[in-house]
Ligand binder design. Structure first.
Ligand code: NAI
Ligand code: UGA
Length: 442
């Protein structure tokens, strides 16, 4: 099949590459000329594990191409994916200007039957709006609009896309349904379902899924905070709860709050949709409130430890991305935490395996960056772990003790065992577990 993907970001590039991998001919379109130039040169502008192998193979074999020219990109395409940004507008609702703008452009240039597929996360009713824009200029038999929300996670995006738990397709057109079945057939060979439904339900499914996952995280963060107060260990509570098959083990990890380009904006957008429809979605407001508070938990622990004043103190920071295995720092808790530490007078020496270039754009020379994790410890008073990259999980405690001013670790992701910390002589404060309060001999 000939496929056009409009918007070549985290979702568009993965979508385009994975469809090329299943034998389709894909043209990715983006307005960002520099990005398209890099892609044409064979350079992937984002860090996404496993994408490079597929990207190289499919560009080399001519199934994956890039352009800035929309008309050229959609020429001969049977389907057009919209993988465009839907950032929060000023009032918290999703900004649809990118999607609507491209729909208007497409209405001028589609000249044969095409399925226009919305992969961006968009509020209920958007497929109808896109349909209205297209039908302004095009006869109804030239297009169908389908809602096909994407559920991939950054960091494991290729795997999620190639083996989706499910595919959700919202369409009322039998013709589009046939095209979508053909398109996704290679991805669901193991029997994972393709759910066909109406467009509004598909759009709602995406927000419901993200908001529910965000709710689980905020719930666990509240449980963790309460565990600290009552002397319980949230790790054990998590295991005890999660083994109940009705609850499940995944997405119960407390931490420094959820970040990323989607949970924060999607929870907000769903709350806005509810409000616009006269419904007070109270849980969502709490989910957002809890998350905002949770983003300050680690910096508060650090600031309290130093009695409110961090002048003259240097904090080593491990992990900046909003989660491991990505370079994405959109809404990353690390940004909030570092800003607070700086405001309290601290100096920061940070390391992240992939996200440092992006963080430099935010903080410039207000913080120092290290080439590798142990370099952050030189001259630092204590260590804060903010993102649980695998490389941080089994450090040399000896080197940590030798390099840190004091053997003090603040762990925002509970990656170390408090018992080990005690044996190794660290002061150790984490999320939802008793503090290890002791000081090793200097
Ligand atoms: N990032 C993720 O993990 C996921 C994102 N989503 C949703 O997918 C959508 C896209 O998200 P991302 O890929 O993260 O965004 P992104 O910001 O990484 O990529 C969007 C791309 O669209 C391009 N663009 C903007 N206007 C354009 C135009 N008029 N023509 C062509 N290209 C244009 C931008 O230059 C950019 O490269 C959003 O609605 C998001 O909520 C859904 C599932 C997962
Ligand atoms: O719509 C989207 O963009 C995507 O949003 C999330 O994916 P993503 O944001 O890439 O990353 P997640 O793994 O979901 O993590 C989101 C945030 O929650 C935090 N998190 C996650 C899990 C957990 O147990 N605890 C926790 O604090 C992570 O640290 C991270 O900050 C969803 O998991 C995807 O299904 C969805 O497609």
């Amino acid at each position: 099949m000939n496929i056009a993907v409009i918007g070549t970001g985290y979702v568009g590039l993965v979508t385009g590459t994975c469809f090329a991998e299943t034998g389709n001919h894909v043209i990715c379109v983006d307005i960002d000329e520099k990005k398209v130039e890099r892609l044409k040169q064979g350079e992937i502008p984002i860090y996404e594990p496993g994408l490079d192998i597929l990207f190289d193979r499919n560009t080399r074999q001519g199934r994956l191409k890039f352009t800035t020219n929309l008309k050229e990109g959609i020429q001969g395409a049977e389907v057009i994916f919209l993988a465009l940004p839907t950032p929060p507008g000023e009032d918290g609702s999703a900004d649809l200007s990118y999607v609507m703008g491209v729909a208007a452009d497409l209405s001028e240039i589609i000249d044969a039957y095409t399925v226009v597929i919305d992969k961006s996360t968009v509020p209920v009713g958007t497929a109808e709006k896109v349909h209205a824009i297209l039908s302004d200029k095009l006869s109804e038999d030239l297009f169908d609009v389908v809602s096909n929300p994407e559920f991939l996670r950054e960091g494991v995006a290729v795997d999620d896309f190639m083996r989706p738990d499910r595919v959700v397709v919202g369409t009322s057109s039998e013709r589009a349904k046939e095209v979508m079945s053909r398109l996704y057939e290679p991805f669901v060979r193991q029997g994972n379902p393709v759910y066909f439904m109406d467009e509004r339900s598909a759009e709602m499914t995406k927000y419901a899924a993200n908001s529910y996952l965000a709710t689980r995280i905020s719930f666990m963060n509240e449980i963790a905070n309460l565990c600290e107060k009552v002397g319980a260990n949230v790790d054990m509570v998590r295991l005890g709860m999660g083994s109940d098959s009705r609850i499940g083990k995944r997405f119960l990890f407390p931490g420094v709050g959820y970040g990323g380009s989607c949970f924060p904006k999607d929870v907000q957008a769903l709350a806005k949709t509810a409000a616009e429809n006269g419904y007070d979605f109270r849980i969502l407001n709490s989910v957002m409130g809890v998350n905002d508070k949770q983003k300050h938990i680690l910096s508060k622990k650090i600031i309290d430890y130093y009695g409110g004043n961090l002048s003259g103190k240097t904090i080593a920071v491990w992990g900046l991305a909003f989660k491991p295995n990505t370079d994405d720092i959109r809404e990353a808790p690390a940004l909030t935490i570092i800003e607070e530490l700086l405001n309290a007078g601290a100096s920061i020496k940070a390391f992240d395996p992939e996200a440092m270039e992006n963080v430099k754009q935010v903080f410039g020379d207000r913080i120092q960056f290290a080439e590798e994790q142990y370099e952050t410890l030189i001259g630092a008073d204590s260590l804060a772990v903010i993102t649980e990259w695998p490389v941080f999980r089994a450090p040399s405690y000896k080197v940590l003790r030798e390099l840190l001013g004091e053997p003090v670790i603040f762990d925002g992701r509970n990656i170390y065992d408090p018992k080990v910390m005690e044996t190794e002589g660290f002061y150790y404060d984490s999320i939802g577990r008793n503090k290890v309060v002791q000081k090793a001999e200097a």
